[in-house]
Design a protein around this ligand. Structure first.
Ligand code: HEC
Length: 123
C-alpha cells in the first residue's frame, strides 16, 4: 500500500472497510443465488448424462432422438405437458416404474434429471 494512505486510514479502519465490502459481496451473492430460477447448465448436463445411462433404453431422451424399445413417452413430450413440474419429476424418478426400481436415485440425481427433462421444454 502506498505509504501516504496510512495517514488517511488507520489499520483498523481499513479492516472495517474490508469487512463491509465482504459482507456486501456475500449478500449480493445470496440474492443472485435465490433469484436463479433456472437450474445451472452443469446440472442440466449432468442430468442428460444420467438420462443417457439410465433412461435412454426406453425413452427418447433428446429431441428427435432414436426411439427406445418401449412406448414410453419422449422426455420432450413429458417436458411439454402443461402439468409437468420439477417437483413432480423429482418425486416420480425416485419411485420405481417399469424396471427402474433397481436403481435408487438420490435427491441430487433426481433434481438433475428434472432439470435436464425440463430443459427440453419448448419456450
Ligand atoms: C425399462 C424401460 C424404462 C426405463 C429404463 C425408464 N422408463 Fe420412464 N417410462 C417407461 C414407460 C413404458 C413409461 C410409460 C408408462 C408408465 O408411466 O409407467 C414411462 C414413463 C415415464 C414418465 C412419465 C409418466 C407419465 O405420467 O406419463 C417419466 C417422467 C419417466 N418415465 C421418466 C423416466 C426417467 C427419468 C428414467 C431414467 C432415470 C426412466 N423413465 C427410465 C419406461 C422406462
Amino acid at each position: 500500500m502506498a505509504p501516504y494512505l496510512h495517514h488517511l486510514y488507520g489499520r483498523n479502519e481499513l479492516r472495517y472497510q474490508m469487512l463491509v465490502l465482504l459482507s456486501v459481496v456475500s449478500v449480493w451473492q445470496a440474492v443472485a443465488w435465490s433469484a436463479m430460477a433456472q437450474p445451472s447448465p452443469a446440472d442440466v448436463a449432468a442430468g442428460q448424462r444420467i438420462a443417457q445411462a439410465s433412461c435412454s433404453e426406453c425413452h427418447v431422451i433428446v429431441r428427435n432422438g432414436p426411439a427406445g424399445w418401449t412406448d414410453a413417452p419422449s422426455f420432450e413430450a413429458i417436458a411439454n405437458r402443461p402439468t409437468t413440474t420439477s417437483a413432480w419429476l423429482e418425486s416420480f424418478v425416485q419411485k420405481p416404474h417399469i424396471d427402474m426400481m433397481h436403481r435408487i436415485r438420490n435427491d441430487s440425481d433426481a433434481a438433475k434429471l428434472a432439470a435436464y427433462i425440463l430443459s427440453l421444454k419448448r419456450r
